[in-house]
Design a protein around this ligand. Sequence first.
Ligand code: HEM
Length: 438
Amino acid sequence: MSVDAAPAPGTASQPRRAGAADLGIDLSDRDFWSRPPAERHAVFDRLRVERPFAFFAEPEIPNLPSGPGYHAVTRYADLEAISSQPAVFCSGEGAVSIQDIPADLNEFYGSLISMDDPRHAKIRRIVAKTFTPRMLERVVDSVAGIVDDVLARVRRQAAEGDGTFDVVADLAAPIPLRVICDMMGIPEQDRAMVLAKSNVILSGGDPELVEDEEDPLTGVLMAGIELAALMERLAAERLERPTDDLTTALVTTEVEGEKLTHQEIASFFILLLVAGNETTRNAISQGLLALQEHPDQRARWIADPGLTRTAVEEIVRWTSPVTWMRRTATRDGEVNGHPFTAGDKFLLFYAAANRDPEVFADPHRFDLARDPNPHVGFGSKGPHFCLGAHLARRELAVTFARVFEQLPDLEITGPPARLRSSFVNGLKRLPARLADSR
Ligand code: HEM
């Protein structure tokens, strides 16, 4: 893997902007993203082999000028080469979404994930100091209580009704939301708003979740404004009356004499919400779906709880809740034989790299004992690797263990409603029932 300033002599370079129209593939077509995962993976398989840096025009978003297009990086080795060289492939130029984010949105969404060094290193040091093992242990301890409570509600709801419930709304969504809200100290009465707004932010323009499909950006901006207002209020309260929550740690922590401003805390909170909520929720819901589709694996895990460590990693690889992140070239060069110029956008398709047969034997097999499993579901090498990976692993481990124990009669009863988003591999609904509640 290499990034050279100029093409190496004799390198068999691919054309810089080879599209994939001749293969009948367009990753910017929104409908592609509501197709079942197996169909999407078949397309990634072709791209990896036939056009590993395929170039696509950008999807149109009302009120945003379309940019120059992007390269879809689908091979593991290419993704790692790009992710591990943040000085050449940055995150801060116009953000990590496909389109450059307008300045007014960046005010709310311009946290860690779309920053580069030295600013990134500094803010990450401050927040990493608050994500201390002690703080995490406290949260992790409370995860079991939260999961038990959510599952007990599911059992009650099923018993009082006809036995049915929705895995997404009733089981998978409340767990990570409550964990993050507890961690930040969000008051009970604000939590429904927090869930609704984080849904809007990550909807990817899905018509069911965006109020005005013609103008999704305004909805996203408004959601950011409301969440930021809540957080600024809370930060001010914690300064006056400190508690032991993360918000208190964020308002008081100093690194080299510098503290986060309330605005920075608000953007970080929004990042935590979107990064920690939808991701974990989709790993839970699609993990349960995968277990239903692979009853042998489910039975194996229940019989051997020692499988949990590898099982959780396989669920993250299999579901890849974050489909991609963007990087932007800061200069001209070449990566693994592919030439690029400054300003080129690269979408790092974690979902595709996670099925690369060069790295994963029999990649389309769901194998809870897969080991080693160097998946990039939490990101690849580089400074942006998921800050919440430890917490997410714990949430998943506890959730599945408790579901096996407390809801052994859980059955998925119908196909999921998929979120039409290229960015988040998500489910909107997944019908289920508790067989013993009928
Ligand atoms: C299964 C669950 C999760 C998945 C699949 C996931 C995935 C990711 C990915 C792919 C990235 C970007 C990596 C990169 O650009 O190199 C990321 C970054 C991040 N994640 Fe997670 N994540 C999950 C859970 C969480 C949780 C629970 C939290 C916190 C509560 C969290 C907080 C963050 C933060 C703050 C970043 C930005 C780090 C930075 O830019 O320095 N994530 N995550």
